[in-house]
Design a protein around this ligand. Structure first.
Ligand SMILES: *Cc1c(COP(=O)(O)O)cnc(C)c1O
Length: 351
């Protein structure tokens, strides 16, 4: 079965080799305080910085999920108020989780066909502005350009970006925000259970100022451990090893971006003149490049999903209130060209 689900998604073909070699090399029982682990952790972060163009002075942390990152941000980086700008289920969930810990959190929603206007997003309170770069539930994105402009208009606030379904798929302009995070079961093409969080030096200073130390995953404790290339708890060592293997295989992100952008354009033109199946998002300026959401009648969507499954292709269910009349196609790097061709061949008859 080829999984086009936008997470967990198709994993790299090499995964069985990598896992076998992990077993052989003793990674599966590696002690997380050993010099071997420290070397693995250091190498993995170095590779990620290199392949994804992460600034050298940004810190990279391991967590277990993007959801954990939401919580770490809420507990360790927000004193009173965060501002959440969202247009879909994941951005909304981020707000919901934060709101439970920090009741002053503010929610600002926008229409998913609309490109954010940074001029309307200048704030004079709130400590941190939370954006979802790629909204996996509906297939929209906020461009690097807009993130940069929002940061410029709000020099006294931090910008935190959920890039769970785009990091390692497209170029992210890391200096344009202060904090980024993603879990690995989307564009990294790996099994779930690991995420990375990337923080600017400014975020580290802010963390020190707030001085929150009440949790096993308080950012201050994570930083203290990461200064020694370690984590407060026993991490997903296999996951980190697999991340290193995949990072090693990865092209530089600017090349990956070109492939992904071209494939997204191909999908857009595939559905351009179709009658029964159409892209949910019409505005090319906000269309996600890594998650393609296709809309149709509930009946047809059901038929297509079932038919694809019979042919060995798993399409992503529509998310939340889009469940009945959309399906989603992951446009992640681990998916092969011939697999996309096969899916297009199948979808042709239904367009
Ligand atoms: C998948 C996803 C999450 C949740 O990731 P977990 O690793 O399950 O916590 C959060 N945000 C976005 C945008 C996602 O696509």
């Amino acid at each position: 079965m080829i999984s086009f689900y936008p997470g967990p998604s198709r994993v790299h073909d090499e995964l069985s080799d990598w896992t076998k070699s992990a077993h052989k090399k003793g990674i599966l029982s590696m002690n997380h305080r050993s010099t071997e682990f420290i070397a693995l952790s250091k190498k993995t972060i170095k590779l990620l910085k290199n392949k994804l163009n992460i600034p050298n002075d940004y810190s990279v942390f391991f967590t277990s999920s993007a959801t954990e990152c939401w919580e770490v941000i809420a507990q360790s980086l927000i004193k009173n108020k965060s501002i959440h700008i969202h247009n879909g289920a994941f951005g909304e969930k981020w707000f919901d989780y934060t709101h439970r810990l920090k009741p002053e959190a503010e929610s600002i929603s926008f229409q998913f066909e609309k490109e954010l206007n940074p001029k309307e997003l200048t704030f004079n309170d709130g400590e941190i502005i939370c954006l979802t770069q790629n909204e996996t539930s509906n297939g929209t994105q906020v461009s690097n350009k807009i993130i940069t402009a929002i940061k410029k208009n709000n020099p006294d606030r931090f910008i935190a970006v959920d890039a769970t379904s785009s990091m390692a798929g497209i170029v992210l302009d890391f200096p344009s925000a202060d904090l980024w995070f993603a879990s690995v079961q989307k564009c990294f093409g790996l099994p779930a259970g690991l995420a990375i969080m990337i923080c600017s030096p400014k975020v580290i200073r802010r963390m020190e100022e707030i001085g929150e130390k009440s949790h096993y995953n308080s950012l201050s404790l994570m930083k203290e451990m990461m200064d020694k290339w370690q984590t407060p708890y026993t991490p997903n060592v296999l996951g980190i090893y697999l991340l290193r293997c995949s990072a090693r295989k990865m092209d530089n992100i600017s090349r990956v971006d070109r492939t992904i952008t071209k494939r997204q354009k191909d999908w857009a033109s595939f559905f351009k003149n179709s009658k029964d199946l159409q892209l949910l998002i019409k505005n090319p300026d906000v269309q996600s490049r890594t998650v393609i959401t296709v809309k149709g009648s509930p009946n047809l969507i059901g038929v297509v999903k079932a038919g694809a499954k019979k042919k060995g292709m798993l399409l992503g269910e529509g998310y939340g209130n889009l469940k009945k009349d959309t399906f989603r196609i992951a446009n992640f790097p681990a998916i092969r060209k011939k697999e996309i061709k096969k899916l297009m061949e199948f979808l042709k008859t239904y367009r």
